[in-house]
Ligand binder design. Structure first.
Ligand code: ZN
Length: 446
């Protein structure tokens, strides 16, 4: 029987505060309309009572009370999570196995910023640690995945930027710390600001096998929102429309090509663009029906009350499901869905990546050897993470000893002094989305 895997990704960013002036700045930025920022004008815009030369509906959408009702403290987020992560809430929408809703928390780190007008929780791992605790506390099966916001020139924590090239030191600091401190390595990407560019296309291909970022639409809305025209912030106009994964092309992330990672479609709920419509949901069911399987995925943010969006989205999915009675629905973790869609389960288990290490000590050099003792690394080598006694974190590349099998790293005057190293870890995914992370004990251990 046909199967439809439902993957709910949440761009997980912690609290966000929005002063009234910022809402009006956005109106100006999007529509070029300069309006006196006050409560009265906001209400007028929301009720389409202000003459905006034909932009009344679009402006009202941007100022939708639901969109402006931000969770601006961890306390508010916690209250919301207590509701949506509760087993009784999840089970309202049972899948074929009787399982309730599963969330994929794509946690961001707000780092590299100098100003923070929107009161983000700045610091390495703050959002990740909060959600890891929450998952443990609620005994849920939810998974944490990857989300990264490139840093803007003015280093304001709420300004969207798209270049990985300009953010590499921060990007590697985050991953290195996540491996060392949390024993976690990214397997599934949700693009920051929905945007992939050529630099992130190549970066993902090196490390991360799955990507839920394609936002192509069957019926793109005719938007008058200037901040989003010409493919700014998420250009998916040429990307595959169907609800299934594709391999991107080396020179164009939107084209089907021969890269190794899989990218799949994931539309928005509870925002103002690229929305998961009922038509899109039907297309996912149709595809499952004709091809035997499909992945229906959608995303929103923890900065707003997700519960309304969840009820609305799952109600629509389950209503449409009645027209496709033979399609079985499964709530999935993102990796689970990709594995079920792409691979044989036994292959994914038997070829599971497993790393191991060995230290070699001689007069002239102290070397770490890393080996893939089972399976094959996704990308070209494992990710090396190092923490020094001064609590500095470093990532570096490995020398290739035997292609796809053995790598080495030499601790000497060209790199780091091994006597000053507190911790070394290696991490890698395989193409199935399995992950191996190993702490390389000190020299004496090997
Ligand atoms: Zn984001």
């Amino acid at each position: 029987m046909p199967e439809l895997y439902i993957v709910y990704c949440v761009d997980t960013e912690g609290p966000l505060y929005e002063p009234l002036t910022e809402t009006f700045n956005r109106i100006e930025q999007i529509f070029g309309l300069k309006i006196e920022p006050n409560r009265e004008n906001l209400l007028k815009i929301q009720n389409r009572m202000l003459n905006l030369n034909g932009l009344e509906d679009e402006a009202a959408l941007v100022c939708d009370p639901h969109l402006l009702n931000y969770n601006d403290t961890w306390g508010k987020i916690d209250t919301m999570l207590n509701k949506v992560m509760d087993a009784d809430f999840r089970i309202k929408f049972k899948d074929h196995n009787g399982k309730g809703i599963v969330y994929n928390w794509h946690c961001v780190d707000h780092v590299g910023f100098e100003t923070n007008e929107r009161r983000r929780d700045l610091g390495y791992g703050n959002v990740f640690n909060y959600y890891e605790n929450k998952i443990r506390e609620t005994g849920s099966e939810d998974k944490i995945h990857w989300h990264f916001h490139p840093v803007s020139f003015n280093r304001e924590a709420h300004i969207s930027a798209t270049s990985y090239d300009l953010s590499y030191p921060i990007l590697h600091q985050i991953i290195t710390r996540r491996v060392i401190d949390n024993n976690w390595f990214p397997t599934v990407n949700r693009a920051g600001f929905h945007t992939i560019r050529q630099d992130s296309n190549l970066f993902l291909e090196q490390w991360i096998p799955f990507d839920f970022s394609n936002q192509s639409e069957y019926q793109p809305a005719d938007i008058k929102q200037k901040d989003l025209s010409d493919g700014r912030f998420g250009d998916w106009r040429r990307a595959p429309l169907e609800w299934k994964p594709y391999n991107p092309d080396y020179s164009d992330y939107q084209s089907i090509g021969n890269m190794n990672r899989f990218s799949t479609k994931c539309l928005n709920v509870g925002t103002r663009l690229r929305l998961l419509t009922e038509f899109e949901i039907s297309k996912a069911f149709e595809l499952a029906n004709t091809e035997g399987k499909a992945i229906l995925s959608f995303t929103n943010h923890d900065v707003r009350d997700m519960s309304k969006d969840i009820e609305k989205t799952y109600t629509a999915i389950f209503r449409i499901a009645k027209q496709f009675k033979n399609v079985k629905i499964y709530h999935c973790d993102a990796v689970e869905a990709m594995q079920a869609y792409l691979y044989d389960r036994d292959d994914a288990i038997n070829n599971r990546i497993k790393l191991n290490y060995q230290w070699h000590d001689s007069e002239s050099s102290k070397k770490l050897y890393v080996e893939a003792v089972n399976g094959k690394v996704f990308g070209s080598q494992p990710y090396l993470s190092i923490k020094t006694n001064e609590n500095n974190y470093y990532h570096d590349n490995l020398d290739e000893v035997k292609k796809d099998k053995i790598w080495s790293y030499t601790f000497d005057r060209f790199t780091l002094n091994l006597n000053n190293i507190q911790k070394v870890k290696i991490a890698a995914n395989d193409r199935y989305g399995n992950c191996s992370i190993v702490e390389c004990g000190k020299l004496k251990d090997s």
